[in-house]
Write a protein that binds this ligand. Structure first.
Ligand SMILES: *Cc1c(COP(=O)(O)O)cnc(C)c1O
Length: 407
């Protein structure tokens, strides 16, 4: 079964009692028992639920492994992995531009409990080797492509180095989904998803998933799903099952839109730089081609614009709604320095090469011509304002009252 068929048919037989072609929602918290301790496979929904089990089976099938546990959010899924594998004194290696919420969870919670968090630039293999040689690491955490600069890391090469040093490899596959990238075939031991994004796909669910092939690796994570209880509702699991059926179709359009927007922006004078792995000029293009079957649906642009112009640009698009998150059918735009990455101090953002004039686009599945026209209209307005020269330091640095979620 190919992936486009799997999203419809895998683990999704018609319901035996009625012939319903769509799985019912078991919106129940508990299950009547036949005799004390004797049940029909389910006893309490925190522990397991037929709708949730169905979703877990489908997601496992898409990533090509045996085991999956879903959680109430991507961050809850990450936390289960950390709780299962890290003790005080243990070390985890991450890329410097790891997802903002992962950054916060590690540095503001796990580091305080005595876990050592080491950020290493994976684009230079020597640096990872140094970190692995310096001290034993329990986990090596990979994201590819990253957010918001869409850096691409060689998963297979990193996994080999990590395994040689005895570490487990975790891949956050949120941006690529199993449609474009299959991390287990590249050496991952554990895959995590923010299901919230492309998998659910309609900006109406918050959910996460952890997947593994090895039963022993999965066991402590599965235990924590019930023991710490951050489980999604049956209704949300059902919504995700519905969203998943169009995953392959949606991803094809997301990627087509991203590619066309990246190409349209590349030659525009109001754009200083385009980040999209689908452009041959992107430093990760060749690695992305080697390890993925698509370049994903997110791109970022560094604008030649003042602070006020950036604000105008992101606030006045017709189809790109100003919001955090990505992966939904409706296009979103975000200003990382003020929104998703505002929690990272300005100096650190500069270190990461995260310009204050960077905007991130997460095209939905609208008709490409409409999105390109909307982008060009905004860019033309910037050029018309006569601001040719890059002034990337001009965005004010005041911190927002609320620390952004890091989505
Ligand atoms: C959104 C996101 C997360 C966190 O997922 P939530 O569902 O928002 O908790 C983790 N990793 C990546 C790459 C994400 O984009």
């Amino acid at each position: 079964m190919k992936l486009g068929t799997k999203v419809i048919h895998y683990a999704q037989e018609s319901e035996s009692g009625t012939g319903a072609v769509v799985a019912p929602i078991f919106q129940t918290s508990t299950f009547e028992q036949i005799a004390p301790g004797e049940n029909r496979g389910f006893d309490y929904t925190r522990t397991s639920n037929p709708t949730r089990s169905r979703l877990e089976e489908v997601l496992a099938g898409l990533e090509g492994v045996k085991h999956c546990a879903v959680y109430a959010s991507g961050i809850a899924a990450e936390n289960a992995i950390l709780q299962a594998y890290l003790q005080p004194g243990d070390r985890i290696i991450i890329p410097p531009d790891v997802y903002g919420g992962t950054h916060r969870l590690l540095y503001r919670s796990w580091q305080d409990k005595g876990v050592e968090v080491v950020a290493v630039d994976y684009s230079s293999p020597g640096k990872l080797q140094d970190a692995l040689t310096a001290a034993e690491a329990k986990l090596v955490w990979i994201e590819s492509p990253t957010n918001p600069r869409l850096l691409v890391y060689d998963i297979e090469a990193i996994a080999k180095q990590a395994h040689d040093a005895g570490a487990l490899v975790v891949v956050d596959n949120t941006f690529s989904t199993p449609i474009f990238q299959q991390p287990f075939t590249l050496g991952a031991d554990i895959v995590i998803h923010s299901v919230t994004k492309y998998l659910a796909g309609h900006s109406d669910v918050i959910q996460g998933a952890v997947l593994a092939q090895d039963a022993a690796i999965f066991e402590p994570i599965k235990f924590l799903q019930n023991a710490s209880g951050a489980v999604p509702s049956p209704f949300d699991c059902w919504l995700t099952l519905r969203g998943l059926k169009t995953l392959e179709l949606r991803l094809a359009r997301h990627a087509e839109n991203a590619q066309r927007l990246a190409e349209a922006a590349s030659s525009h004078p109001a754009v200083a730089r385009v980040y999209y792995p689908g452009l041959p000029s992107h430093p990760g293009h060749e690695v992305a081609k080697k390890q993925s079957t698509g370049f994903g649906g997110v791109l970022s642009l560094e604008l030649n614009a003042s602070a006020e112009e950036v604000r105008q640009f992101v606030s006045s698009r017709k189809y790109f709604k100003l919001a955090e998150s990505l992966g939904g059918v409706k296009s979103l735009i975000c200003h990382p320095a003020k929104m998703t990455h505002a929690a990272i101090p300005a100096e650190k953002r500069a270190e990461l090469g995260l310009a204050d004039t960077l905007v991130r686009l997460a095209p939905g599945i609208e008709t490409p011509e409409d999105l390109v026209a909307d982008l060009l209209e905004g860019l033309n307005a910037l050029s018309a304002a006569g601001r040719g020269a890059a002034d990337s330091q001009s965005v004010e640095r005041e911190r927002p009252a609320l620390v952004a979620a890091g989505v």
